[in-house]
Design a protein around this ligand. Structure first.
Ligand code: ADP
Ligand code: MG
Length: 734
């Protein structure tokens, strides 16, 4: 038996259990050993019902009576009476009707763990877990692991199998370099994993967690540091700063740049002068004016004879950017092209030719830009808007295309021995030595560096990269993932913007909100109404775009022009409606979150968000950013579906319009481990470390530096190396 052994071969694992495990993605011994508990329960500490105090409790009781009933749409309440030798209490579960099968009519003893609290006028046990007592290997000295119920997987099943594997624990290989384990005084990996599954007490759990969290963070920051080194070795195109070009551009703007915009532009123009490619993240809250900064840089690139590719996540956005950039750049003779799906046939072929011949200086597009057919003449600058919006796969594809180029010339050289993965033909890559002014060979398309690295022909250098995002990244996250990255921040809104007035609206105040909308439209303004659903659904009483559209159109706002927008419409339909709304052909747009991304309609002044409690904090902030983009006072209404107390999320967003502050709040409100997945890095999968681990992050950073400096080869640690390679791909921008 070893880590690769199939679970079916384990004693006591029949076909049924194996299937249950397989459904949860657990196939081998290694899989299940690394399937770490989500929490531990202390069944050694059982309280008699008569002695319960409010808080987290565990009781040992029998179910005397249980029933379930629907309360309203989307909510099913299951209630039970539980009793032990001392007393009885009521238990309540929300949307867990299966408890009836589990507990009903059974005379067995169960352990129930949950919150004992005063609610609805009486004390009750809320949402307790229930474990059949006779199945529990309860020992006086041990906590019980609770595993994620992936597709109905029962903790009990996992526990049984892992119990069988206990002897294997000690042979789990160490993955971190011994020098790191030693200097950081970490638990070794076998001990840590074993302690997660079989801890004696909370202290052991925390020690084990720290060790495993350290490992994750170490892998992340080492990858990030290697990327940095990697980047410094790449050759790029030096684009000299031309004062007059920049001044002329700024003079022609209808507004003065904010100081933050100036600083960011300056960062970029300085990077441009380097013969190594820029790798910069431009973070700016919604409406902070990122586009004009990008435009200024594109202007400078064009002046030096380089093309710019500007990639946006949606057609609407690409079109908007193309229009903005054309307005900004064409007065200087800089030509702008738009490459999106709806540009077809002859027009598309012509555009391809113009891109290839250099007749178009700035190409704005969706992911259509990364197709094989697109060949640039002299691509020197790449801009990615809302970079995190690109699906993991799309991003990954783009990354892979670039990345293959980097393998031979990357950070690996800095380690004493090359990583095995780095071996291969790409090592022979001829590239312009850093420092020498890069030259474009007309015959060797640079686009192959960005767009199609599969080709054996190899580009001389990499274009400069500017990735833009409106999702502020909390400092601690930036530190970990982007610690080694160049970042410019637009932390200042253009002058004259009035803060958006945000209000939580409870059901009785709905009419007043409609009256406010009425007033705004009468003054010529426009309004967004956002719903979380496209169509009404049986399983939810949330408002839907289709129903709200009908309701508003047929009654409340029948005198106004109303349109609807959602993700099930074709791209061209969506485009048309958004364009028409922009052109003020509609007063009200009822939409799902498809309008969320960067669309600029300065005349829109009200954002009404239905069932606001259904959205995440970051999303609400983004939605709110759709208004307040012009000189008019704007409003955001967070509509509550019930009279309940609003969530803390809503109260925070009502209070603050600072995206960075909200990002920090968001982080603290969410459970551990969720941040990474939902924020920038779908492909990054941090299971254990949380952003609260700031000390560990700092330690991991130091340890990673020491490791690089030591010159020790990563290839000695294949498991570590593989994960670092993966992290390098997902944390790099280019
Ligand atoms: P975002 O950073 O969200 O992408 P945009 O680039 O779309 O923001 O800019 C939002 C709006 O602000 C646009 O209408 C733009 O013309 C305007 N804008 C940008 N910079 C300034 C400025 N310095 N002063 C006034 N308005 C500005
Ligand atoms: Mg934008």
């Amino acid at each position: 038996m070893n880590l690769a052994t199939n679970l079916e071969q384990i004693k006591g694992v029949g076909p049924k259990t194996a299937a249950e495990l397989r459904r949860a993605g657990l196939q081998t011994v290694g899989d299940i050993l690394m399937f770490l508990p989500r929490k531990h329960e202390d069944f050694t500490n059982v309280t008699p019902i008569a002695e319960l105090q409010p808080g987290k409790v565990t009781i040992r009781a029998r179910c005397q009576q249980i029933s379930t009933r629907p309360v309203r749409r989307g909510l099913r309440l299951t209630t039970a009476v539980l009793g032990d030798d001392t007393s009885k209490l009521n238990a309540v579960w929300f949307n867990q009707p299966y408890r009836v099968q589990q507990l009903g009519g059974s005379d067995e003893w169960f352990y129930f763990s949950g919150t004992f609290e005063y609610n609805y006028g009486r004390y009750q046990l809320t949402n307790p877990t229930a474990e059949l007592a006779k199945e529990l290997p309860v020992q006086a000295d041990r906590l019980l692991p609770v595993y994620h119920a992936v597709r109905g997987l029962k903790s009990q099943t996992v526990r049984k199998v892992i119990e069988q594997l206990r002897p294997l624990m000690s042979v789990l290989p160490e993955t971190l370099p011994p020098s790191v384990v030693q200097s950081e005084q970490l638990l070794d990996r076998a001990a840590a994993i074993s302690a997660m599954h079989f801890p004696r007490n909370e202290r052991e759990v925390e020690q084990a967690r720290q060790r495993l969290a350290f490992e994750e963070l170490f892998e992340l920051v080492l990858a990030s540091q290697l990327n940095k080194i990697d980047n410094q070795k790449l050759a790029g195109f030096a684009i000299p700063f031309e004062k007059s070009v920049v001044q002329d551009f700024v003079k022609k703007l209808p507004f003065a740049l904010t100081n933050a915009q100036r600083r960011a532009a300056w960062d970029i123009l300085q990077d441009f002068e380097n013969a190594r490619p820029m790798n910069r993240l431009l973070q700016g809250d919604v409406g902070s004016g990122k586009t004009v900064v990008a435009g200024l840089a594109a202007r400078q690139a064009a002046s030096a004879g380089y093309q710019t590719a500007f990639m946006a996540p949606t057609e609407i956005l690409a079109r908007q950017h193309a229009e903005t950039l054309a307005r900004l750049l064409e007065p200087f003779g800089v030509t702008v092209g738009l490459l999106i799906g709806s540009v077809k046939g002859k027009a598309r072929q012509t555009l391809y030719q113009q891109i290839a011949s250099g007749a178009v200086d700035v190409v704005v597009g969706t992911h259509a830009l990364i197709q094989d057919k697109v060949e640039f003449h002299r691509l020197g600058f790449v801009i990615i808007d809302e970079q995190h919006r690109f699906g993991v796969e799309q991003r990954q594809r783009l990354l892979m295309k670039v990345k293959a180029e980097r393998v031979g010339s990357g950070a690996l050289d800095t380690l004493s021995e090359p990583m095995t993965i780095a071996a291969g033909s790409s090592r022979e890559t001829g590239r312009v030595a850093p420092g020498s002014r890069a030259r474009h060979g007309g015959e060797e398309s640079v686009s192959s560096a960005l767009l199609d690295a599969k080709k054996p022909s190899v580009a001389a250098a990499m274009p400069h990269l500017l990735a833009m995002t409106a999702t502020p990244i909390p400092r601690s996250l930036a530190l970990t993932v982007y610690g080694e990255l160049d970042v410019s921040v637009l932390d200042e809104l253009p002058r004259g913007r009035r803060p958006i007035l945000t209000k939580i609206i409870s059901p009785p105040s709905r009419e007043a909100a409609y009256a406010a909308i009425d007033q705004q439209i009468a003054q010529g303004r426009q309004v967004y109404v956002v719903c979380s659903l496209i169509a009404d659904s049986d399983s939810s009483d949330r408002k839907s775009v289709e129903a709200e559209y009908k309701r508003l159109k047929n009654s409340i706002f029948s005198r106004y022009r109303i349109a609807m927008l959602h993700g099930k419409m074709s791209a061209s339909e969506k485009d048309q409606i958004m364009q028409d709304f922009k052109d003020q052909k509609y007063d009200i747009l009822v939409s799902t979150t498809v309008i969320e991304v960067g669309v600029d309609v300065p005349n829109a002044t009200i954002m009404m968000i239905e069932d606001a409690d259904q959205f995440g904090l970051a999303q609400l902030h983004q939605l709110r950013g759709r208004v307040g983009r012009g000189q008019h006072q704007s409003y955001c209404y967070l509509m509550m579906s019930t009279n309940n107390k609003p969530s803390q999320r809503l109260r925070e967003i009502e209070k603050s319009s600072d995206g960075f502050h909200l990002a920090e709040v968001d982080m603290s409100l969410r459970g551990p481990g969720e941040i990474y997945g939902r924020m920038q890095h779908g492909a990054l999968n941090l299971q254990i470390a949380t952003l609260a681990d700031t000390q560990l992050i700092a330690r991991a950073q130091k340890a990673a530096k020491r490791f690089i400096d030591s010159g020790e080869s990563l290839s000695k640690y294949p498991a570590l190396e593989a994960r670092i390679r993966h992290n390098q791909r997902v944390t790099t921008l280019n």
